[in-house]
Design a protein around this ligand. Structure first.
Ligand code: NAP
Length: 375
C-alpha cells in the first residue's frame, strides 16, 4: 500500500469520535482523506484534523462511498444501518457500538489479547465495551499463569463513558450543588454529582444491567472461555475520565502476587503501579493518573485469603483512549500489518463483500440478548 487510506469517522462530533481523530494524528496513521460524519443535527459543524478544519457531513450511503476504513462511534442503530454498506463495498468497519459484538461472524478484539481473531473478519470488527477492555488486558497474562476459575468485578465508571452530554451534566450539577441550587437532571435518572449510581444501561429481567451482561459475555468471547464463571456490578461515579475496577480472580492453581506482578508488567499495554508502602497504586486522575494515557494500570495486587488460589487487584484505564479510541486505532494498525489494504487484499475484499454482508445481516447480537446504543 503506497497511498494512505480513505477513512471515515462516524460520530465525529462525539466524545469517542473526537478522540479517534486525535489518536489517528498522534500515531501518524496513514490517512489520505478523512471524512467526519455524524447525524443531520451537526452537519456543517467543523472538526479539526491535522491542523485543518473539516466540515461534518450527515451520514448516508453516498457519504460512505469509496471508504477503505470506517470507525463507527455513533449509535447501535447507526452501526446496524451503515456498517453493511461499507463492508459490502469492500471496506472495513471498526465498530465501537455494542451492536455487533456478540455476532459470531464478527471478531471482538483487543489487539494485545486476541489480535489473531482479526484473521477471520468479514468487513466488520467490533471493539469491546470500555470496562471489558481494561479487565481482559489484565486477565490475559494472568490466565497464562494458571487457569481462570472465577472472576468477580465491581466497577467505578467515569461519566465520559456515557458521552459528551454526561460530562456537561456532571460539570453543571457540581456547580449547582456547590451553589446550593437544585441540580438539573437529564442524562442519568438521578443526580450524578457527589453520588454513586449502581446502574449503567438498562436493567434486565435477571436483575443485571446491560453493562454488567456486556462485561460477562464479552470477556468470555475475547478470552475464548465460554464457560468462565464471572459476575459484575457496574457503578457510575462522578469522575470525568478513567474507569476503575476492583477485580477478584480465583485460579485453578496457585499464583503468587509476585508472579502476577511480573506477568502483568511483561504484558504489552499494561503498567504495574503497586507499592503501597510509598502510596503507589493506580488512579484515574491527577499526575501519573490513567486519564490521557494508553496504558492499563494495575495495582493493589494481593492474595485473596478467603479461597485457596485467589488474587485481588485494582485496574484503571482511560475509557476514551484504551477503552475506546486507542483500541479501535490499534485494530486498524493490526489490520494494516496483516496486509488488509494491500492490492491483493483489496481485490479479495471486493470479491467476498456480498457474501459477508449477507452473513452479517441476520445474526447481529446472536446469543447476547443485547440491543441498541449501549457502551
Ligand atoms: N464513551 C465511551 O467511553 C465509550 C466507550 C466504548 C464505546 N462507546 C460507544 O461509542 C459510541 C459513541 O459514544 P460517545 O461516548 O462518543 O457518544 P457521544 O459523545 O454522545 O457522541 C455520539 C456521536 O454519534 C453521533 N450520532 C448519534 N446518533 C447518530 C445517528 N443516528 N446517525 C449518525 N450519527 C449519530 C453524534 O452526532 P450528533 O453530533 O449529530 O448528535 C455524535 O457524533 C457509542 O456507541 C458508545 O456506546 C463509548
Amino acid at each position: 500500500m503506497t497511498r494512505g487510506l480513505n477513512v471515515a469517522v462516524l460520530g465525529a462530533t462525539g466524545a469517542v469520535g473526537q478522540q479517534i481523530m486525535r489518536i489517528l494524528e498522534e500515531r501518524a496513521f496513514p490517512v489520505a482523506e478523512l471524512r467526519p460524519l455524524a447525524s443531520a443535527r451537526s452537519a456543517g459543524q467543523v472538526v479539526s484534523f491535522r491542523g485543518k478544519g473539516l466540515a461534518v457531513q450527515p451520514v448516508s450511503d453516498e457519504a460512505l462511498a469509496r471508504v477503505d476504513l470506517a470507525f463507527f462511534a455513533a449509535s447501535g442503530e447507526a452501526s446496524a444501518r451503515y456498517a453493511p454498506v461499507v463492508a459490502k463495498a469492500g471496506g472495513v468497519v471498526i465498530d465501537k457500538s455494542s451492536h455487533y459484538r456478540m455476532n459470531p461472524a464478527v471478531p471482538l478484539v483487543v489487539p494485545e489479547v486476541n489480535g489473531y481473531d482479526l484473521n477471520f473478519h468479514k468487513g466488520i470488527v467490533a471493539s469491546p465495551n470500555c470496562s471489558t477492555i481494561q479487565m481482559v488486558m489484565a486477565l490475559k497474562p494472568l490466565s497464562q499463569l494458571a487457569p481462570l476459575k472465577r472472576v468477580v468485578v465491581s466497577t467505578y465508571q467515569a461519566v465520559s463513558g456515557t458521552g459528551r452530554d454526561a460530562m456537561t451534566e456532571l460539570e453543571n450539577q457540581t456547580a449547582q450543588v456547590l451553589e446550593e441550587e437544585k441540580p438539573t437532571i437529564s442524562v442519568y435518572p438521578y443526580q450524578i454529582a457527589f453520588n454513586a449510581l449502581p446502574h449503567i444501561d438498562s436493567f434486565d429481567v435477571s436483575g443485571y444491567t446491560g453493562e454488567e451482561l456486556k462485561m460477562i459475555h464479552e470477556t468470555r468471547k475475547i478470552l475464548g472461555q465460554p464457560g468462565l464463571a464471572i459476575t459484575a456490578t457496574t457503578v457510575r461515579i462522578p469522575v470525568f475520565i478513567g474507569h476503575s475496577e476492583s477485580v477478584n480472580v480465583e485460579f485453578g492453581a496457585p499464583v503468587t502476587p509476585e508472579q502476577a506482578r511480573a506477568a502483568l508488567a511483561a504484558f504489552p499495554g499494561v503498567e504495574v503501579r503497586d507499592d503501597p508502602s510509598h502510596l503507589e497504586y493506580p488512579l484515574a486522575a491527577g499526575p501519573g493518573g490513567a486519564a490521557g494515557r494508553d496504558e492499563v494500570l494495575v495495582g493493589r495486587i494481593r492474595r485473596d485469603q478467603s479461597v485457596p488460589y485467589g488474587l485481588d487487584m485494582w485496574i484503571v484505564a482511560d475509557n476514551l483512549r484504551k477503552g475506546a479510541a486507542t483500541n479501535a486505532v490499534q485494530i486498524a494498525e493490526t489490520l494494516l500489518a496483516l496486509g488488509q489494504w494491500s492490492e491483493w487484499s483489496l481485490g479479495r475484499a471486493e470479491a467476498a463483500a456480498a457474501a459477508a454482508a449477507d452473513d452479517l445481516g441476520g445474526a447481529a447480537n446472536a446469543g447476547s440478548g443485547l440491543t441498541g446504543d449501549e457502551r
